[in-house]
Design a protein around this ligand. Structure first.
Ligand code: HEM
Length: 425
C-alpha cells in the first residue's frame, strides 16, 4: 500500500486525502496506531492508492466499520472484483485464482459456509480442547528441553517464540482438523506467506496457488484410491464433492482459506499478546494468579492488537454513504478493524491494555455473513497456549530491544515476524 493521491469526486464532502502509510515504513509496521488514529480523527473515509494502483476507500471509525460489515451493498466476489479492477486499473491482481467463502457472495457463500459450519460449532470446538492442550504441552516440552541443555552455564535459553511456539501450534491444530500431514507444515507456511502478501511478489503468489492446489488434490486422490475415511474435515469435504456440493477448485479454496485463516491470525494473536504481557509484567502476574481470567483477557488482546488490521477488500455495488461521504458504486473499500477497535468513541482509553475491560464489542472477528467461522477455535487456542506459557515460563523476558523486533511486512495483518525470548526455569 502506498501514497495518497487525489480523491475521486463525491456527492458529499470530499474524503480526507490522508498522509497514508508509505511503502511499509518500519514505523507504521511496528506501530500503526498513530497513523490509524490520525485517519480516524481526520475523516470518516480516506482514499489511498495501493502499489498496484488500486484506489481504496478506507473506513476507520468503529460505528462505520460495524455498519459496513453488515452492509450487503459491499460485495466480496473475487471474480467480479477482478473484472472491476481490470476495467479501471492496469495489472492489479486481487487473487481471484483462489475462490472461497471469504471471496464469495451469497448464494455461493451460503453454500460453501454450510459445508463446514458444523465443524466449528461450540460443541465440536470444545471437543478439540484436549488435542489443543496436547499440542501445546508438546511444544512447551520442546522449549523446556532447550532450557534444560544450556550451552553456557546458566539455565536459560533464547528461543524465537513465533518460530518455536506461536506458528507451530495453530498450524498443527489446523492439520489435525483437516487431516493434513503435520510434517509438511513449513510448506503450508511458505504458501500462506506468499498468498497473504501477494502484493509483493505476483510470481510467488501464482506459484504458491498452483503448488497448493496440486498438493491438496493429490492428497484427496490418495485418500479416494485407498478408500481411506478418517474422521476429519478433508473426509467431509470429499463427501461434499461426491454429493456434488463442491468442485475440485472449491475444495482447494476451502483448504487454502482454512490453512491460512486458521494459522496466520492465531500466530499473530499469540505473538502480540505475549509481547503485551512482557511490557506489562503486573498484568501478566494478575493473569497468572487466576487462569479463569484468561478468556476475558483474550478478548482484550484481540481488541488491543487485532490480528487482521484491515478486513479483506470489498467493493460497492451501489453508492454507499459513510459519515456524510458518498462512496460511489464500483469502488474498492477497506474496513480497518484495527482502527475501529481503538476508537475512543467506542472504547474508553482505547490505547491502554485493560485485561478486565469486560467489554467484548470488538470487531477483531469481523461481523455479518463473513464473521470469522473459526472464532471459537482461535480463542480456545489462545486461552490454552497463553495459560500454559505463563505457567511454564513465569520469568521469560524479551531477548532484544523492543525497537529491534521485526513485524510482518503487510498492513493487512498485525503480527510479529519473530519474538526472541530468554526463557529460564
Ligand atoms: C484469533 C484468531 C482469528 C482471528 C482474529 C480471525 C479473524 C477473522 C476475520 C476478521 C474474518 C473476516 C474477514 C473479513 O470479513 O474480511 C475471518 C473470517 C474467517 N475466518 Fe477467522 N480469524 C481467526 C481464526 C480463525 C481460525 C482458527 C479459523 C479456522 C481454522 C478461521 C477461519 C475463518 C474463515 C473460514 C473465515 C471466512 C468466513 C466467511 O467468509 O464466511 N479463522 N476471520
Amino acid at each position: 500500500m502506498t501514497t495518497a493521491t487525489a480523491a475521486p469526486r463525491t456527492n458529499g464532502p470530499r474524503p480526507e486525502e490522508t498522509a497514508a502509510p508509505r511503502q511499509n515504513p518500519p514505523t507504521f509496521l511496528s506501530d500503526p496506531y498513530p497513523t490509524l488514529a490520525r485517519m480516524r480523527e481526520a475523516a470518516p473515509v480516506s482514499v489511498l492508492h495501493s502499489d498496484g494502483g488500486l484506489r481504496l476507500w478506507i473506513i476507520p471509525r468503529y460505528a462505520d466499520v460495524r455498519a459496513a460489515l453488515f452492509d450487503r451493498r459491499l460485495a466480496q466476489d473475487a471474480r467480479r472484483a477482478q473484472a472491476l479492477a481490470d476495467s479501471r486499473f492496469e495489472g492489479v491482481n486481487l487473487g481471484a485464482e483462489i475462490t472461497h467463502m471469504l471471496s464469495s457472495d451469497p448464494p455461493d457463500h451460503t453454500r460453501l459456509r454450510r459445508v463446514v459450519q458444523a465443524a466449528f460449532s461450540r460443541k465440536r470446538v470444545e471437543a478439540m480442547r484436549p488435542m489443543v492442550e496436547r499440542v501445546t504441552l508438546e511444544l512447551l516440552d520442546g522449549l523446556d528441553a532447550t532450557v534444560a541443555r544450556p550451552t553456557t552455564g546458566a539455565p536459560t535459553a533464547t528461543v524465537d517464540l513465533i518460530r518455536d511456539f506461536a506458528f507451530p501450534l495453530p498450524i498443527l491444530v489446523v492439520c489435525e482438523l483437516l487431516g493434513f500431514p503435520p510434517e509438511d507444515r513449513d510448506l503450508y507456511r511458505t504458501w500462506s506467506t506468499a498468498i497473504v502478501t501477494q502484493e509483493g511478489d505476483q510470481e510467488a503468489f501464482r506459484r504458491a496457488v498452483q503448488e497448493m492446489g496440486a498438493y491438496v488434490l493429490a492428497l484427496a486422490d490418495r485418500r479416494a484410491r485407498r478408500n481411506d475415511r478418517p474422521d476429519d474435515l478433508l473426509t467431509e469435504l470429499l463427501a461434499a464433492r461426491e454429493r456434488g456440493e463442491l468442485t475440485d477448485d472449491e475444495i482447494v479454496g476451502m483448504v487454502a482459506l482454512l490453512l491460512i485463516g486458521g494459522h496466520e491470525t492465531t500466530v499473530n494473536l499469540l505473538g502480540t499478546s505475549c509481547l503485551a504481557l512482557l511490557r506489562e509484567p503486573g498484568q501478566a502476574a494478575w493473569l497468572r494468579a487466576d487462569p479463569a481470567r484468561m478468556p476475558m483477557a483474550v478478548e482484550e488482546f484481540l481488541r488491543y492488537d487485532s490480528p487482521i488490521c484491515m478486513a479483506t477488500t470489498r467493493f460497492t455495488t451501489e453508492p454507499v454513504e459513510v459519515g456524510g461521504v458518498e462512496i460511489p458504486k464500483d469502488e474498492f473499500v477497506l474496513l480497518s478493524l484495527g482502527a475501529a477497535n481503538r476508537d475512543p468513541a467506542r472504547f474508553q482509553d482505547p490505547d491502554r491494555l485493560v485485561l478486565d475491560r469486560r467489554d467484548a464489542g470488538h470487531l477483531a472477528f469481523g461481523g455479518g455473513i463473513h464473521r470469522c467461522l473459526g472464532a471459537l477455535l482461535g480463542k480456545l487456542e489462545a486461552e490454552v497456549a497463553l495459560t500454559a506459557l505463563l505457567a511454564r515460563f513465569p520469568g521469560m523476558t524479551l531477548a532484544c530491544q523492543e525497537r529491534d523486533l521485526r513485524w510482518r511486512n503487510t498492513m493487512m495483518l498485525r503480527g510479529l515476524e519473530s519474538l526472541p525470548l530468554t526463557l529460564r526455569r
